[in-house]
Design a protein around this ligand. Structure first.
Ligand code: GUN
Length: 291
């Protein structure tokens, strides 16, 4: 039997950061700009604050510039749209994100539509989603891109494999299923997408060579749902109170599934760190105009 592999986001993200840092250095030698990522953050959501702080720290580590634009939770939509217009015009900002979720009085769709698709390093603009579906150069949303980079780091081939994606969200499950089925170096898999209305989900998950759990339900994937030797990627980030402490729990019952799988990503320390690499990669591509 092949030895068990922990798909360690810490190790993989460290290696990818070094690759990106070297590309920044070689870009500067060719008179390209130093990548500059901006983040627009509304309100005081602790999770959003932590995510954005992590992204800014990553920028420093790889030699990017970063700018944080903060707004109070009662900001008016007009003011946000004006800030977005200014970011679209700024020549010195290569890419930016609007951290989600936004307060309920803001029309999220209108905000995302206002972002210049060439600076949309989250890949949420419909133009970029359409380009992704057509297998054109684009900004792939950070989490699916992070999963692809995690698989690449561990030399896990997708061609000819049966990948089962659990969950059809617009930012993970749906793009993941599209990307893996495409005819390119990280695709060429046979993909099954299962979701909340699928009957007998485990009949499908047990067929997976690579199982990607992105359903947002803690420990949804149990050992009996996994084919022996399968690769299991856990995209779940469920915040639960355990013994009075806030803990992150994945969509996979890690302790039991690791006894069956040949490789598995942990939570925390897996895909979450790779999402941040996806954003850095998109920002580098925005700067080097390789969208
Ligand atoms: N909130 C949670 N994840 C994300 C993300 O990937 N991008 C943005 N903009 N907001 C988020």
């Amino acid at each position: 039997m092949t030895p068990f592999v922990l798909l360690d986001g810490k190790e993989a993200s460290k290696a990818w950061k070094e690759t990106i840092r070297l590309q920044v250095v070689s870009g500067l030698e060719k008179n390209k700009h130093r990548p500059h990522l901006a983040a627009l953050l509304v309100g005081d959501n602790p999770a959003s604050n932590a995510y954005v702080a992590g992204k800014i720290k990553d920028c420093e580590e790889v030699g990017f510039k970063s700018t944080l634009l903060r707004f109070p939770s009662d900001v008016q939509q007009e003011e946000l749209l004006e800030a977005i217009d200014a970011l679209n015009r700024r020549k010195d900002v290569n890419g930016y994100i609007v951290q989600l979720p936004l307060p309920l009085h803001i029309d999220q769709k209108a905000i995302l539509l206002a972002i210049d698709p060439k600076k949309d390093v989250d890949g949420f603009h419909p133009e970029n989603v359409g380009r992704m579906a057509l297998n054109l150069t684009t900004f792939i949303p950070a989490t699916p891109l992070g999963v692809l980079l995690l698989l690449k780091h561990y030399s896990i081939q997708t061609e000819g494999k049966h990948v089962v994606v659990v969950g059809r969200s617009q930012i993970v499950g749906s793009p993941m299923s599209i990307l893996l089925s495409q005819n390119n170096s990280f695709g060429n898999a046979t993909v099954t997408l299962v979701h909340s209305k699928t009957k007998n989900v485990s009949d499908f998950t047990r067929m997976a060579d690579i199982l990607i759990a992105a359903i947002g339900k803690p420990k949804f994937i149990t050992a009996d749902m996994v084919k022996p030797g399968a690769v299991v990627i856990d995209v779940g980030i469920n915040r639960l109170e355990v013994d009075g402490k806030s803990r992150l729990i994945g969509d996979v019952d890690f302790d039991n599934v690791k006894e069956v799988a040949s490789a598995i990503s942990p939570v925390p320390g897996g895909v979450g760190l790779m999402t941040r690499i996806g954003l850095l990669m998109n920002t580098l591509n925005a700067t080097h105009e390789t969208r």
